[in-house]
Design a binder for this molecule. Structure first.
Ligand code: 5GP
Length: 322
């Protein structure tokens, strides 16, 4: 009971539309994935009093407690087992019509025990405001990420930078060791040694050569006061976090209307499926999820998220259990 009474700060790991919740006992508070919420009273087992702390809008009201979210989701998953998808996947699903096409069936089948299910249910993550001594790097995943990363660097070089990766391949004629846009060229044995020491947070193989990005190369960009823009896979996010670097990780949710203009139906589905696999796997690692009708709109939202979460005292996971 004492635990339940104290106030709590959480990051929302799902979207909640209070206007669609008929069970609410009083004024509800809608929120989106990534919003930082102050739970001002958590004594009721079903409903928490809450106030939004970091988000695009303000507000206060009632939100479902973690206990309620988990119970409802367990029930829902059991109802739809074997012919649909758990909510954790569905949160990122954009198009109803693509639901049946998803590979989520397999995932659902593997969710046999409640414990396994619970791992997939996204509710709230406790956070605290923490002082950091680095400029947070940026990871963007989802469709159009390449274009967005490129635009960030080109449009605002005073704010965003790129780091210099390592590779074991030989330098080409015009390439300078350690120069921007080039690599640190390093022998295979040395790269393996540094990898084993944990100096890289991501490593890949291309044409039998190793390529990787070191923690230090990110820190070098950060020490210039720039957000290091990283073009990496989703698994780099938890790897960075293990090294106590919390990137601002943004998931781009495409809108069907936008994709439809440019792609065939099959291509749309493929992009959505890929996006969903990535986002479901790292679903609790994102700082925010953004969407928009145009690339300009998406980029504006991305910049807004970076502004909200790019300070020296961000809200980061506290490691507490709730
Ligand atoms: P190149 O040798 O032509 O410069 O790069 C070839 C490929 O290596 C790139 O297309 C990319 O797939 C991969 N690569 C380049 N830099 C990195 C990196 O920092 N990490 C990883 N994992 N792969 C990289």
């Amino acid at each position: 009971q004492t635990v339940a009474k104290k106030t709590l700060f959480v990051k929302a790991l799902f979207d909640y539309d209070a206007t669609l919740d008929s069970g609410l006992p009083s004024k509800g508070l809608s929120f989106k994935y990534g919003d930082i919420i102050h739970v001002t009273n958590a004594t009721d087992p079903e409903w928490w009093q809450a106030q939004i702390v970091v988000n695009s809008s303000d507000g206060s009201g009632i939100i479902p407690s973690k206990h309620r979210v988990m119970r409802k989701e367990r029930k829902r998953i059991n109802q739809v087992k074997f012919n649909s998808t758990p909510k954790s996947l569905e949160f990122f699903s954009i198009y109803e019509e693509c639901q049946s096409q998803k590979e989520a069936q397999e995932t659902t089948k593997s969710l046999n025990s409640t414990d396994q299910q619970d791992e997939w249910i996204l509710s709230y993550e406790p956070v605290t405001q923490q002082k950091i001594d680095y400029v947070r790097p940026i990871v963007i995943l989802g469709p159009m990420k390449d274009r967005i990363l490129e635009d960030l660097i080109q449009d605002q070089p005073q704010k965003f930078g790129v780091c210099i990766p390592h590779t074991t391949r030989a330098p080409r004629a015009n390439e300078v060791h350690g120069a921007l846009g080039s690599y640190y060229f390093i022998a295979m044995e040395e790269m393996k040694r540094q990898k084993d020491l944990g100096l890289f947070f991501e490593v890949g193989i291309h044409n039998e050569n190793l390529y990787g990005t070191s923690i230090n190369s990110v820190k070098a960009v950060s020490s210039k006061g720039l957000h290091c823009v990283l073009d990496v896979r989703g698994d780099a996010i938890p790897e960075l976090q293990k090294k106590s670097i919390y990137p601002i990780a943004i998931y781009i949710k495409p809108k069907l209307s936008e994709l439809n203009k440019r792609l065939t139906h099959d291509a749309c589905i493929k992009i959505i499926q890929q996006g969903e696999r990535v986002s479901a796997e790292f679903a609790d690692c994102f700082t925010a999820s953004v969407t928009g009708d145009t690339i300009e709109e998406i980029e504006e939202s991305v910049l807004h998220v970076i502004k909200l979460h790019g300070g020296s005292e961000p809200w980061l996971p506290s490691g507490e259990m709730i």
